[in-house]
Design a protein around this ligand. Structure first.
Ligand SMILES: [Zn+2]
Ligand SMILES: [Zn+2]
Length: 352
């Protein structure tokens, strides 16, 4: 992986050219940095026609510099979140607006050039406008926030329910906040790191546990019944099984975190306990990204405490180190900008 000079992308008629203001990096990018290529294709991708080398970056906010030639989408000057999930538009799932499930689906920043760059070409029709009231750096959380929004969408009946979030990293802390404003009565978070538990409480969790005390406390907090919903955001091997075990009988486990291995689970407990398990992947631009932008703009989601690290594009490797640091010092959301002036404008930036 390297920082390189490449030509400015030439947008297709249905694409807008976006000047990137901020681009977040996350565990998915870290995987490519450390062990890649993992998702980045070495053979030409059937949908995007691209293969490595590819510019990373899927958590993008920027200004439109050229609107799409076909007239779709935003105008020049508009600040937008370009949606990054691409479908073929023709398969059974795409015809039902389930592009995330498309057999040829692609993600900008993995299968096509992304936002760790000065410019990105994006599908104009699925660019989500950012209201002026929302700061650009906070708006960069729209993509991970839309992952949290979609996870809550999988909860059958959030109002008045109890919900346990496993992993209080960026996604987990966003899930805590989306759960709060979805009417969840009791939000619990579990994380081995005290600082993250404190942050979960500050952002609206009613309780936050260390994994060692989880079993006792999650039962105690739910009158011995167990949470109605468990949302697994850590991606730590063995945790999905744990989530399915902890949820109350008749409850729902939503799996968001990922790892590449298989997980075993207790068949008896799941079948006899009539437990639901559902995966939640990425987001749809109109349902999830629009909602995430609205919630950030309205203050339902407080993005500020999650923005721990601001870096310029040429320092991006430091961002990966910050994400990989031991948990006590690890960054939450690392934002990268190609504009030096933007860095000077940010306050409260702490680079671990
Ligand atoms: Zn991400
Ligand atoms: Zn498709």
């Amino acid at each position: 992986m390297r920082v390189d000079e490449v030509p400015i992308p030439v947008p297709q008629p249905h694409q807008a050219l976006i000047e990137v203001e901020w681009c977040g990096i996350c565990g998915t990018d870290l995987e490519e940095y450390r062990d890649g290529p993992v998702n980045i294709p070495l053979e030409t991708h059937s949908l995007t026609g691209r293969k490595a080398p590819i510019a990373l970056g899927h958590e993008i906010v920027g200004r439109v510099v050229e609107s799409a030639r076909d007239g779709s989408g935003p105008r020049a000057g508009d600040r937008v979140i370009p949606d990054v999930v691409l479908g073929c538009g023709e398969c059974w799932w795409c015809r039902r607006h389930q592009e995330g499930l498309c057999v040829r689906s692609a993600v900008v920043g993995l299968h096509a050039d992304g936002g760790l760059s000065e410019y990105v070409a994006a599908e104009a029709a699925t660019c989500v406008p950012v209201p002026l009231s929302l700061r650009a750096d906070v708006a960069a959380l729209a993509e991970p926030a839309s992952v949290a929004v979609r996870a809550l969408r999988k909860v059958p009946s959030p109002i008045g329910s109890s919900l346990l979030v496993i992993g209080a990293g960026t996604i987990g802390l966003l899930v805590v906040q989306v759960a709060r404003s979805s009417g969840v009565r009791k939000v619990m978070a579990v994380d081995p790191e005290a600082r993250r538990r404190e942050l979960a409480l500050a952002l609206g969790a009613d309780a936050a546990f260390d994994p060692a005390e989880l079993e006792a406390l999650s039962a105690e907090t739910t009158e011995g019944i167990g949470p109605d919903t468990v949302i697994e955001c850590s991606g730590v091997p063995g945790t999905a099984r744990e989530a399915m075990r902890l949820v109350r009988r008749g409850g729902t486990t939503v799996l968001v975190g990922l790892h590449g291995r298989e997980e075993s689970f207790d068949l008896l407990d799941t079948v006899l306990g009539e437990k639901r398990v559902v995966g939640s992947a990425a987001h749809l631009w109109d349902e999830d990204v629009v909602t995430a932008v609205t919630m950030l703009a309205r203050g339902d989601i407080d993005g500020d405490p999650l923005l721990t690290t601001y870096l310029s594009l040429d320092q991006v490797a430091k961002g990966f180190d910050a994400l990989e640091a031991p948990l006590a010092n690890a960054a939450l959301k690392v934002l990268v900008t190609p504009h030096q002036a933007y860095l000077q404008a940010t306050s409260g930036s702490t680079t671990p």
